[in-house]
Every structure is written in C-alpha cells, then in structure tokens.
Design a protein around this ligand. Structure first.
Ligand code: ADP
Ligand code: MG
Length: 952
C-alpha cells in the first residue's frame, strides 16, 4: 500500500503490511452487508456469538496449561513470554471473526453516525484487538477506531471496558458510540464518579437526538440511571481509570459476593493510554478512612484494663508481644461495660482495642519503648535507642498508649486499600491502548505492561508546519514575544492555541493579554464539560485560547468552529489553520507532541512553535550553561533559532524522561511486593465469599484446619526443646487458658503432660488433647449458635459468623499491614545496608511481615471465634460504622519524604569507643554526667532515649 512510507520502522512496516491484507478482507464484505436491513445486520451479532462459543472450548486445556506455568514462572521474561502466548491463544478464535465483525461495525457506523471507518482505522482496530498500543495522531478518530475492537471482544459476553481520562469523555464517548453498539444489539453502560447509567435511546426527545452528533455539550437524556452493578453487566462499560480502579478496591472490601459490582476483568481499551499508564502511574489510588472513632473510647478502655488482674483476667506473652483476655477477663469486661456478649455486641474491634489497651499497659513502657515529648508519644527505636518523631505504632496501639499516658489522642486517616494503575491494569486478561503519543515511551510500555506500540499512518498526509524553537535570554522577554506573536496572528483572524505548563503560568499570561485588551479563553483542566465546549471553538475565526496541557483533552478542534461551517472552515484554512504556540518545553517530548498535535488534524493545515527562555525550569536544570555562554552578549528581545540549541533542549528532555522512567520502574519494583501480597489476601477473601453457607461442614472444617495450625504454632513456640524441662511451660499454659478456658481438671491434665519424661510423646499427646478440647469447645459454640439464631433463610448461622469473623480479621490486619509496609518502604532507604540492595532487604522484610500477618489473621480469627461464648444472641455487626471512606488519588509520590530524611538515618547499634556493644544499663557512650549522682548516665536514660543532655 502506498501510504506505508519509509517514515515507519521496518518491523512496524512489516506488521502494517500484515494488517493491510486483513483490511482488504474487510473491504470485500462491504457490498453484501450494505444490502442488509438493520434487523438482519443485528442478527449477525448472534451468528458471530454462536461461532465464537463453538470454537472456544477447543483451547481450554492449552489455556489452563499456560495459566499454570504462568503462576509458577520465576523470571519476568518467562512471564512475559507466557503472557503473550496466552493472549495469542485467547485471540485465535476471535481473529477468525475479525474481518466479519469489523465489516459489520463499519456498516453500523455508516448507518448511525454517517461515518465510515477509514482503512487506517481498521488497522488501528486490529492493533487494539491484538492487545497492543495503537499510536494514532490526534484527530485521526481513535474513538471510532476503538469500536471495532470493542465489538469483537464484547462478543464473548465477558465485558469490555473503555477507559477515558475524565467523566465527561466517558459519557460523551459512550453516548456517541453506543449508537453503533445499540444497532448491533449490544448494551452499553457508563460509570461515573457518583452515578451509573445504561444507554437507552428511548430516553430522548427528537430535538436532543439532533444535538447528539455535535459530540460536545451532551444532555444526560440518553442515559438511564442504573446501579453500578448493572452498568458493569453491560456488554461494554465506559468509565475513567479512577472509577474502574476504585470499584476494584471497593469490591475487595465487601462482605457478600452479591455486593461486588465488577465482573472478572476481561478486556480494556485505555484511551490516552500514555497519560494514564505513564503520567498518572506515579501516584496510587487510595481509599482511606478518616478515623472518626470517638477518642473517648481509648481513654475508657485504658481505664477499664486497669481493673483487670494479670493471671486471672489476661495473659501476657512477652515473646509474641501479645496480650490476650481470658474467659474470666472477658466476663469481667462484659460486666464493666454492661453488655451481655462483648464479641456479639462490640464486634472484634472492641476486643481488639481492649487488647491493645492491655498491651499498652503491660508491654510498652515509658522511656523504654517510647517517651513523651511536648505532650506527644514519641517512639524510641528498639535497636538504636533514638527517638523516631512522626512515627506511630499501628493497630490503634499508639492511641492506646496516648490514652494510657493521658495525652491528646491524635487522629489519623488510615489507608484501607490501595493500588497503582500499573497493577490495576495488569489485572485485565487483555489490555490495549490508544494515543497520539506513545512512540517515545515504547520501551516503558513494553517492559512494564507488555504492550507493544504500533504506529498507524495518518488517513491523510500530515501537513502541519512545526517550526523550530525560538530561544530568549529571559522569561520576561519571552512572554513579551508571546504576547506580540498572539497579537500579530490575531489581527489577521488566525485562531491560536497557547499552551502553558501550569495554571500559574496560565494566569501570568492572561494578565499580560488583558493589559493588551485582548479577548481570550483560559482553560485549567478543571471543569471538563465547560472546557470541552470552549476548546471545541478554539479553531474559530480570531479565537485565542490559553490552556494547560490537560485542558480540553480528547475534544476535537474544528477549523472554523463547531458545528462545521464550510465557509468559516475555508476562511481559516486560508489563514493557515490553527497555530499552536508553546510557551515552554515540557519535561517530556511526548507532552510537547500532544500540544502540537492539537493542530493539523486529518491533513488540515496548521502550524506550531515553541518559545522558550534560558530561565525556564527545564533549561535551568539541564545544561543551559553552554547556551548561556553563546547568548552572553545577545540583546534580550532578540531570539535565537538554532539547531544546536534545539538539540540540547531535546537531550535535556530525554534525560528527564529517563529519570522519570527510573522512578516509575523503581516504584513498580517496590509495588510488586505488596501487589503479590494483595493478590493472596484478596484471593483468600474471594474464597471465603464464595463458600457455600448452606454447606454444613465447609466453614467449620476450615476453622478446624486453622485451629490445628494455631496449635502447632503454639507447640513450636513453646514446646520444641528435647526435654520437657526446657519447655516454656508457663507461656504454653497461659496460651491454652486464653484459647480454651479449660476446667481445672483439664488444665491439670495438660500441665502434667508438660512434665512427662518423653518430650516427643508428650508433644504428640498434647496436640491430640488440645485438638479434642477445641473441638469440644467449638462444638458447643456451634450448636448453641445454630440453635438460637436459626431462621428459615439461614440454615447454619454459625457459618455466617465464621465467615464474617474471618473477613473482619483479614480486613483489620491487612489495613494495618499496609501501614507497616508503608513505614518499611519509607524507612528502608534510610537504613545503612552496607553493600546490600535495599530492594532485596525490603522484599525479605516484607515477606517476614506478611507471614506474620497471615499468622496474626489466623490467631485473631481463631481466638475470637472460639471465644464467642455460649450465650450468643445476635449477629456480629458487619461493619463498625465508625469509619468514613474517602477515595483519593494521592497527590504525593509514594517515595515522598524519604530523600529529605536521609540525614536522620540511624546507622547501627550503638557501640562504645572500643567497639563493644552497649547494654541498656551500661554508662552511656557519650559520657554525660548526671549532676545528681556525679556519675555517667546509664545508656537507657541517655543515648537510648536521646535525652536532652545526651551528647551526640
Ligand atoms: P482522536 O481521539 O483520535 O483525537 P476523535 O475520535 O476525537 O479523534 O475524532 C476526531 C474527529 O474525527 C471527530 O470529529 C470524528 O467525528 C471524526 N472522525 C473520526 N473518524 C471519522 C471517519 N471515519 N469519518 C469521518 N469523520 C471521522
Ligand atoms: Mg480522543
């Protein structure tokens, strides 16, 4: 084909040639389809669906083989290879249907939108279907292109997501393209921030029908409000990256399977894929809960635990750093709190907080574990003895200590769930994207997302004139020139789009233009809908529009204004089309290209130029020195246009791009660790949610299994020594008392085993015995609960309790784990690891923490459940209702703060001058003298707590 010029790389060119043969195939079907009635065209969808389901079964075995290997694959390369093999396999049956389905979509577009997919758009559609990124210039019609791959992949009925950068575009594209899908019998949903819709043309009046093709200001009339779940049930769902991501997170916080709104993530097409997967990838999505728990409760609990007695009411385990209530302790608390059953009426959280209060009271000591400074609890590092201001204990322990010490309890917002876009979008079985600017980021897209980039030629040759940069000595001179340039072009009536790099600069420039008495529009990427209307007119006669990069994205700039007016169009064409004036180079070439791309769409005339100054950030930071030298004796208002300087700007950009890529890669490496853990935890949740509550044995068997592990764990911790005399019998007995509340004879029997001569046999017998006791105990709980709470709808109420207790344990501790890991991640860069790689250390420590998390979940769950008590009367509350969730696209980088605090880094354990380690009771190495005793302070009273008299 003639348009496959040498502009494109060889591989790209060869690939396009393959696509071109398929395009020929699609074109050959056009005439026949044109003869069909709408009805018959729609029935083609059913035919294709049928063909697809017939061909699908064939590859299931192969597929599960690949999926198995994928789970086991060790190296990234291997994973990538398998991932690609999997997509190829999944695509195979669809590939056969591609020519037919593309021809059908094109026919439907002709009938509904009066637009016929260009051949290059068919190529783009194929690229999207293959699970790649299609680079198609701005204005080439990516919205229409996507319909081809959407339709083909929606045939399986598993759902296709079209991801846009803002709510306005989601709605616009859905309403616009749904006409095609509707004709073909597919349903279209839209999810927005606070609402969800299904496309329903019966929802319109005739006059609105007419306005629809303007594609700008849209009424909501075509959209019928539905539940989020219904919108996801649609064949095709439009929405923003944020909404899709948040829905995923929320779905993994539910307590019933039916509360989930999303289905499995099957296929997504991401529009403006570079913005979403690259620019926005540095900040994760976070759902946080502002902690609205009344702080009063912490003080109350601190009071309460003072009334408990060690031994009878609670057990302390120094080794596990745990405090557990005994049966008698619980009964006492129930009396004090005046409730019948603390687990049922208060929920696990109450018990959890009481245990934290206990911990605070018994295991955390002032001036050893923490100090009080300016009315705040400051943690003391257990290894270095330094104070760690700003750090907080997790799990509500910090608040418990604050309550114990009677200082003000600080509120904090907790991260409930978080995910990066990288990891969210990697969840899709197949992912693809489209944008005008991907080529410069091809390496990143391939490495991180497995996405190849294919550049699609433009429909008509591009004739925009990209002029080389004009460089000024300082910013003032540059802005003066910008104003002059705008005035000159404006006087002729040529429309101008001025790009700035920030809202600040936007405002500075608008002040200058006001001084000149010029009329202009200013866009800050804040109100997408209103800005869309404005930018749609940016090509009108005499229009001046100032916009930041994000403003009005995705909206077509029509020469002569919108709607199309042939006379106005010709007038603007004669003036040279839209002129794009960049006032500063961006950090990456890609963003510059996005700005230029606003002009010269679909072979229209246009021009672009950047005016820059040596004072611009990019120039200041990167290598402007040589240029400055060159311009030393140059007049302010005289620009240089010089190849060498343009080159040096681009190389500065390349360096920034590389730097940013490194940061993102780094983020991904760290995030992979938590991602794996998240998958395990979410998988566990799903398993629980899917368990059949009407099966009498499933959940009790699971509990029993966990109980067994817990017993083994206890025996491993306390009873491993080869002689029973060396066992930690006291701790073991405490543990058993807390867990099983044995009767005195039972306890005696257990204790006797701990003194038996044959440790090995004793251990085995202990295991049996404990198991039997726990079975007995749970048996009572189970039959009581099942008897008392049975209802016609709930055959086995105990199942519900087991499940909800388990889910609660997972959720509470997972949230705390997230916090701990976050501390670990910010802290890891601060530690001295010698030659060791912090990432490796991070991975190792995260793994330990995760194993501990799993054990903690098990313990909390088992203890809570077996201690429900026998008088259970109500259902544990599903949520505490104490937390208000907010979603947040975190504004700061995940690594924020790590750099600045480097100087505070604790290095290693304190040693005295001879290199010997210092004990807590040894004199402090600093030698500070206590004036009261005339002796050197003990280390624990000086360096350990970083006391004011401690000499650094
Ligand atoms: P992009 O997202 O690639 O920048 P859009 O999808 O916004 O482009 O489309 C730009 C303009 O081109 C729209 O006004 C659209 O209606 C028009 N367009 C796209 N494809 C066709 C086509 N095949 N025939 C006619 N007009 C088209
Ligand atoms: Mg677009």
């Amino acid at each position: 084909m003639a348009f496959l010029t040498s502009l494109f790389g060889d591989a790209n060119k060869r690939f396009l040639q393959t696509l071109a043969t398929i395009v020929v195939d699609v074109n050959s079907k056009e005439q026949d389809l044109a003869k069909l009635s709408d009805e018959d065209l729609r029935s083609r969808t059913l035919e294709l669906k049928k063909k697809l389901s017939d061909s699908h079964a064939a590859s299931t075995d192969q597929l599960s083989a690949i999926e198995n290997s994928l789970r086991l694959a060790a190296s990234e390369d291997e994973k990538n290879r398998l991932h690609r093999a999997r997509i190829e396999l999944l695509n195979a049956p669809l590939n056969e249907l591609a020519p037919d389905s593309f021809a059908i979509v094109r026919e439907a577009a002709k009938r509904t939108l009066n637009q016929r997919h260009f051949d290059v758009q068919l190529m783009g559609g194929l690229v999207l279907h293959y699970g790649q990124v299609a680079e198609m210039k701005t204005g080439e019609g990516k919205t229409l292109t996507s319909t081809l791959a959407v339709y083909l992949n929606a045939l399986s009925g598993k759902g296709v997501h079209v991801v846009t950068v803002n709510d306005y575009l989601a709605r616009r594209d859905a309403i616009w393209m749904a006409q095609i899908f509707h004709l073909l019998g597919l349903s279209v949903g839209v999810i927005m921030h606070d609402a969800a819709f299904l496309y329903d043309p019966m929802h319109v009046s005739a006059e609105e029908e007419e306005r629809r093709d303007e594609g700008v200001a849209l009424e909501m009339k075509f959209l019928r409000p539905v539940s989020r779940k219904e919108a996801y049930q649609a064949d095709i769902t439009y929405g923003t990256n944020n909404e899709f991501g948040f829905d995923y997170l929320r779905d993994n916080m539910v307590y019933e399977m039916t509360q989930k709104v999303q289905r499995d993530l099957h296929y997504a097409i991401v529009d403006e894929v570079d913005s979403i997967l690259i620019d926005e990838a540095r900040t994760p999505l976070i759902i946080s809960a502002s902690d609205t728990r009344p702080t009063q409760r912490y003080y109350q609990f601190a009071e309460l635990v003072n009334q408990l007695d060690e031994k009878t009411d609670y057990a302390i385990d120094e080794k596990l750093r745990a405090a557990t209530l005994t049966e008698s302790g619980i009964t006492k608390l129930e009396k004090l709190l005046n409730v019948e059953n603390i687990y049922v009426q208060g929920g696990i959280q109450t018990v959890h907080h009481i245990e934290q209060a206990l911990k605070a009271k018994t295991l955390f000591l002032k001036d050893r574990d923490y100090t009080i400074k300016d009315g705040e609890i400051v943690i003391v590092d257990e290894f270095t003895g330094r104070m760690l201001p700003g750090r907080r204990y997790s799990e509500g322990l910090h608040q418990a200590i604050e309550a114990k010490e009677g200082v003000t309890i600080q509120r904090e917002s907790k991260t409930m769930a978080t995910i990066t876009f990288q990891n969210y979008f990697r969840l899709y079985t197949k992912l693809s994207g489209m944008t005008g600017t991907a080529e410069t980021e091809a390496e990143e897209l391939a490495k991180i997302y497995n996405l190849d980039v294919t550049t699609i030629p433009t429909h008509r040759p591009m004739i925009r004139q990209d002029n080389s940069d004009r460089i000024y000595k300082n910013e003032a001179a540059k802005f003066a020139a910008v104003v002059q340039e705008i005035k000159t072009r404006h006087e002729k009536g040529q429309p101008i789009l001025v790009g700035t790099i920030s809202i600040d600069k936007n405002e500075r420039l608008s002040a200058l233009l006001e001084q000149e008495g010029l009329q202009f529009h200013i866009l800050n990427a804040k109100q997408h809908e209103r800005e869309a209307e404005i930018i749609a007119q940016a090509g009108a006669y005499g229009a001046i529009t100032i916009a930041t990069n994000m403003a009005g994205r995705g909206v077509d700039i029509k020469l002569g204004g919108s709607p199309h007016n042939e006379e106005q169009f010709k007038r603007i064409v004669e003036l040279g089309g839209l002129h794009v004036l960049g006032t500063e180079r961006h950090e990456s070439r890609r963003i510059d290209n996005q700005l230029r791309g606003r002009s010269g769409r679909q072979g229209e005339p246009g021009s672009s130029q950047f005016l820059v100054s040596l004072e611009d950030d990019l120039m200041r930071i990167f290598g402007a020195e040589r240029v400055k030298g060159l311009m030393k004796n140059w007049p302010d208002d005289m620009p240089i246009e010089n190849k060498f300087i343009s080159k040096s700007i681009e190389s500065a950009q390349k360096r920034v791009e590389g730097h940013n890529f490194d940061i993102r890669k780094h983020l991904v490496e760290y995030d992979d660790v938590i991602n794996k853990q998240r998958m395990i935890v979410y998988g566990k949740r799903d398993l629980l949610l899917q368990t059949d509550l009407d099966n009498e044995e499933l959940l009790p068997a699971m509990l029993r299994d966990e109980m067994q592990q817990e017993i083994e764990y206890a025996l491993d911790s306390f009873a491993t020594a080869p002689a029973t005399a060396e066992w930690s019998t006291k701790e073991l007995v405490e543990f058993l008392r807390a867990l099983l509340n044995p009767t005195p004879p039972q306890l005696k029997e257990l204790e006797d085993l701990c003194t038996s001569a044959d440790a090995h046999a004793a251990r085995a017998q202990l295991f049996e015995k404990i198991q039997a006791l726990s079975d007995l105990r749970f048996g009572t709980v189970r039959s009581t609960v099942n008897k008392q709470m049975a209802s016609p709808t709930k055959k086995y109420p105990i199942n519900e309790i087991i499940r909800s207790f388990y889910l609660r344990s997972i959720d509470i501790l997972w949230v705390e784990h997230l916090e701990t890991i976050n501390y670990l991640r910010t802290g890891i860069g601060l530690r001295g690891y010698g030659q060791r790689d912090p990432l490796v250390e991070y991975k190792r420590e995260s793994k330990d923490l995760f194993n501990r998390l799993l054990a903690d979940i098990r313990r909390q769950f088992v203890f809570a459940l077996i201690n429900i008590g026998t008088e259970a009367t109500g259902r544990p509350a599903a949520t505490d209702g104490q937390e208000r969730l907010t979603e947040q696209k975190d504004a700061v980088s995940v690594f924020g703060g790590a750099e600045e605090r480097k100087t505070e880094a604790p290095t290693s354990k304190p040693k005295d001058t001879s290199g010997k380690k210092i004990g807590r009771n040894d004199p402090c190495y600093c030698g500070a003298i206590n004036p009261d005793t005339g002796q050197v302070y003990k280390y624990k009273k000086c360096g350990l707590i970083n006391a004011p008299y401690h000499k650094q």
